[in-house]
Design a binder for this molecule. Sequence first.
Ligand SMILES: [Zn+2]
Ligand SMILES: [Zn+2]
Length: 310
Amino acid sequence: MHTHPALLRKMTTILADPVQYQLSLGEESIQLNRVLGKKISLRFTGEIFCTQCGRKTSKSFQQGFCFPCYRRLLECGLCVIHPEKCRYYEGICQPDDWAHAHCHVPHVVYLANSSGLKVGITRESQLPTRWIDQGASQAIVIMRCKNRRQAGLLEVALKQYINDKTNWRAMLQRKPADQDLSQTYREILAIAEQALEVLQKEYPDEIECLTATNTVNINYPVQQYPEKITALDLTKTAEVSGILLGIKGQYLILDKGVISIRKFAGYSVQFTLPSSSATAEDLGKSHGQGQNDRVGGSDRSSSEVEICNL
Ligand SMILES: [Zn+2]
Ligand SMILES: [Zn+2]
């Protein structure tokens, strides 16, 4: 079957064993796990629309924004990219402004194992979505704080000891060896004790290092990992097709290469899928999490803003 051309949005996920992936395309909703092992194709129609304001744009920035929206996101000290530079305390950004809402909400610091150990931060409301989007196989929340700036300062304090990047190629090539994240957390608390104390004194009662916290294990629907990674790009090849061998993070792993769905958010695409992949209950409706992924419009809440480490 061919879907109608619709704007690509990041896949919505449910933490199950394995993770369940759903792709909403306009009115249609596709349960991607059912398409594993089958041939699919995506064809880019040539049009791109901002995922925030719906405006047509020739290029998208930060996974789906037009330039004016992207510029708005950078207003607060570039805090979408450098959380520790967030200037919310100067009163320049309002919590009800989509471009600044993330500055004011509770964040967590976590350890994850995606391509190896890393430290990261995200809004508390983004768990476990954030971990799944990064393709983490294990993750644990280690700290809670009141806002984005504090999370950024905690991350800066910890990244002298732990990596803060995911190697996405390695993440897509294998499941990493299991790590004892609780043990790593204890070691980090010891090694970073002084730096953490300074921050806790500066923000009394606002930064909490968790004492009881559990590791979450995440399994992805992957039948076969690729030996080498070829990144497929809709701006270079308008039609991308292949057998779907797996889904991990926000990537489809095809026999011909991998494609990041999130990278092409806002691109108008037409999907071709085996007809058995869409059933009556999938079509014409999108429920639950899928509902947030409707095309464009200014009613998008800030909680859907998806930028690097938000
Ligand atoms: Zn826009
Ligand atoms: Zn900010």
